[in-house]
Write a protein that binds this ligand. Structure first.
Ligand code: BGC
Length: 763
């Protein structure tokens, strides 16, 4: 010390002092807290359990087990309960045990909480970011009144293969649109500033990453993508959510590059944290750490250690961290710093949520009574659902005349749960307005069930009652197919004969999509097609109302239908909103965010595919030595971006403010859109780009902008898009985000198939 001149000593002391004082209040608080925590308590913070009875994987927790762990200070959070009394009780125990750290309460609030909105795939088809943000806002208000402060949403996995049941939970196949929706959802949940108000929740972006690339659309399956394709085709929504300030991420079940995502350092550390600057915490998906043993990586201790070191902070329902990390530390397999790092990130989230100030701040009986499942929220849900119905075909049968006699047929007509759809954890699902109810409130209507859901009773039983059979074996289950299919069809035909129009409600019940619900055949089941053929044979106009959680192959039924309206699972007010569209009180404006294939053999099918060296047009039949099928066209039945209205729009005067753009500059692309029909309507104008030459291959079209505009009948609007380097950039072969010199096509139109082109050159 005596060799150090005084001036340096002062400097060192000053630096040390300012390092202390420059720490944020949060850092100081957590430093102090962690200095008082035992190793076990720190590991306890990394442990997340589900509430008793909550089912999202085969491992179901019970109350005693949770309470015991809580008393030992070995739980950092609970998820899957919307029962405020139970959560308060858990919070009481947490505060009285261990280091007295409050629990975080998570929940799968996916498309609304008690007020259920259309499933995410349906919401996306609105292309209305303000609307989507507001659904998340309402969900946050309702969830927080029940004590929930952390939601496992948005689900932003891009999916190109409709066999995957979880396509229902995301925004579809496009990474740009998916990114815009991810941002809207995060803003809706968390607000736009850093502070969490009492009616805002922390978002958990999932499933990180690339889960939607599951091979052959089979859930939980491996993902085989290059890093470049992953970055260009799939990662943007995860990145956009990070830019919007998402507080947490959930790792996914799949492997990527031979490493399960929940222990994939490249994904979690290199890309998410170092690349995008994410500073929140990452939780595993349910039992994902345990599942790494089945991936063949090692025993629970090995996979837990590797997951922690790769950057996974919290273990959901595997008990891998709480059960093995201490041992791994003693054996030198991991370090104390690994545990501290993860623990700190979780404590930071709790601090940001204000839980250290008031662990009960998200419980509010008053708000519960006045803000949850209100008439106002329900009427908003109806408005939202009106904007999420895609009119795929209409020969003029729609809108229906009020007063017309309607035969409502089909196994989905009275299914309330199908309105709520997958991941609707609300206790009000049975109160969802059915299609029958919505239609029969407007006009004289008759009803017939019309057909079995599935011809195969075993499949029908599995999709209806599979969960009950697995988890509640004693509960009595009614037999499916109690009445013969022929009789059901005959009844529907009788109703059709005496009606003016037939509305057939067909498609998928909630159990046919979502998690663990992949299908190898995504047509409408044969039993329902038999119904459609029979009612069509009566000669009455046939409107197909398609309830579904995924794009379906409609090739067989398209010729039978005079109109097809895809309503997805439209939520709590579904029946009303569908009737609003059917009878013309609302003009449909939704557009597809996934391609509807012509046949399953085309899958994966997506508009933003690459060209081959032997390209083949979408709508031209087989030709040898080109990239096509002998027995099917290449193109979809209905393309990405497609959807009709009760009015019509024409596009003209596509132009650019300049046909050259210097690097760092910008150019405006413009189009005139005219409402050429007799009704006011909303139109989503879409802008795509195509790089004519680039240093590595790029898609034939890439969505880079869209505007949803209201256009009164007979009027025109001019729609502008600003183009800059960002619009034209992509991840090149070195994974650099680059706007390369060369020519680009700028394509504007009502969907991805029907576009008008201008060219721009970047030098
Ligand atoms: C699902 C997640 C969900 C979690 C918790 C998992 O099975 O993959 O999406 O958030 O369970 O319920």
């Amino acid at each position: 010390m005596k060799h150090i001149p005084h001036i340096f000593l002062c400097l060192i002391l000053l630096l040390a002092f300012s390092a202390c004082t420059s720490k944020s209040p949060m850092d100081r608080y957590i430093d102090d807290l962690m200095s008082r925590m035992t190793l076990e308590q720190k590991i306890g913070q990394l442990n997340l359990h589900s509430a008793p009875g909550f089912i999202s994987a085969e491992r179901v927790m019970d109350n005693d087990e949770n309470a015991k762990l809580l008393r030992e200070g070995l739980l950092g959070g609970i998820y899957g309960s919307s029962n405020p009394a139970l959560m308060r009780q858990y919070q009481d125990i947490a505060l009285q045990s261990g280091a007295g750290i409050p629990l975080i309460f998570g929940m799968d609030v996916i498309h609304g909480h008690q007020t259920v909105f259309p499933i995410p795939l349906g919401l996306a088809t609105s292309w209305n970011m303000e609307l989507i943000e507001k659904t998340a806002r309402v969900a946050a208000r309702e969830a927080t009144a029940c004590g929930i402060n952390w939601v496992f949403s948005p689900m932003v996995d891009i999916c190109r293969d409709a066999r995957w049941g979880r396509i229902a939970e995301g925004a579809g196949e496009d990474p740009y649109l998916g990114g815009e929706i991810a941002k809207a959802m995060v803003y809706g949940y968390q607000g736009r500033d850093e502070v969490f108000d009492v009616d805002e929740v922390m978002a958990c972006v999932k499933h990180y990453a690339l889960y939607g690339g599951a091979e052959a659309g089979r859930d939980y399956n491996s993902v085989f993508l290059s890093r470049q394709e992953a970055m260009n085709g799939y990662m943007n929504p995860y990145k956009a959510a990070c830019e919007a300030g998402a507080g947490s991420y959930m790792s996914s079940f799949n492997e990527f590059e031979g490493i399960p995502a929940s222990m994939n350092e490249w994904l979690m550390d290199d890309v998410l944290r170092k690349g995008w600057g994410f500073d929140g915490f990452i939780v595993s998906d349910a039992t994902a750490i345990l599942e790494e043993t089945a991936h063949g990586i090692g025993d629970l201790q090995e996979v837990s250690a590797r997951s922690l070191q790769a950057g996974l902070d919290m273990d959901m329902n595997s008990d891998g961290y709480v059960g093995t990390l201490k041992k791994s530390l003693e054996e030198g397999r991991i370090t104390k710093a690994d545990i501290d790092r993860a623990c700190r990130r979780i404590l930071e989230a709790k601090y940001r949520l204000g839980l250290f100030d008031n662990p009960y701040r998200y419980f509010s009986e008053e708000r519960y009574a006045s803000e949850v499942f209100t008439l106002e929220n329900r009427s908003f849900a109806r408005k939202v659902a009106q904007e999420c119905q895609v009119l795929l075909k209409n020969d003029g049968t729609l809108p229906l005349r009020k007063g017309a006699k309607i035969a409502v047929v089909g196994p989905l007509a009275k299914d309330a749960a199908a309105m709520a759809g997958t991941w609707a954890t609300s206790s009000h699902n049975d109160e969802s307005v059915t299609l029958w109810q919505g239609i029969s409130e407007v006009t004289p209507a008759s009803y017939a069930e019309g057909s079995w859901l599935y011809g195969d009773a075993a499949i029908e039983d599995a999709v209806r009652y599979g969960l009950i059979r697995m988890f509640a074996p004693g509960v009595p289950i009614p037999p499916v197919h109690e009445r013969p299919q022929k009789l059901l069809v005959a009844e529907a035909v009788m109703k059709a004969i005496t009606a003016d129009v037939v509305v057939a409600c067909v498609g998928e019940i909630a159990g046919m999509n979502g998690e663990g619900a992949s299908r190898s055949d995504i047509t409408i089941p044969d039993s329902q097609i038999e119904l459609l053929k029979a009612v069509k044979a009566t000669g009455k106009p046939l409107v197909v109302v398609l309830v579904t959680g995924r794009p379906l192959v409609l090739t067989d039924i398209e010729p039978l239908a005079d109109a097809i309206l895809t309503v997805w699972s439209p939520g709590i007010e579904g029946g009303h909103a569908v009737a609003d569209v059917l009878f013309g009180d609302a003009n449909p404006s939704a557009k597809l965010t996934t391609s509807f294939p012509r046949s399953v053999g085309q899958l994966p099918l997506y508009y933003n595919h690459k060209n081959t060296g032997r390209p083949h047009p979408d709508d031209v039949p087989y030709r040898k030595f080109t990239s096509c099928y002998i027995d099917e066209l290449n193109g979809p039945l209905y393309p990405f971006g497609y959807g009709l209205s009760y009015t019509t729009f024409s596009y003209s005067d596509v132009s650019l403010s300049a046909d050259e753009m210097p690097h760092g500059g910008h150019v405006t692309a413009s189009v005139t859109v005219t409402n050429t029909g007799y009704r006011d309507g909303m139109e989503t104008v879409q802008l795509y780009i195509h790089a004519i030459h680039s240093t590595s291959t790029r898609p034939v079209k890439e969505l880079k902008g869209f505007r949803k505009v209201f256009i009164p009948a007979g009027q025109s609007v001019s729609v502008d898009f600003q183009l800059d380097e960002e619009t034209l950039s992509y991840y090149n072969h070195e994974l650099q985000w680059a706007c390369e010199n060369g020519d680009y096509e700028i394509l504007i139109g009502p969907d991805s198939r029907d576009t008008q082109m201008v060219r721009i050159s970047v030098q």
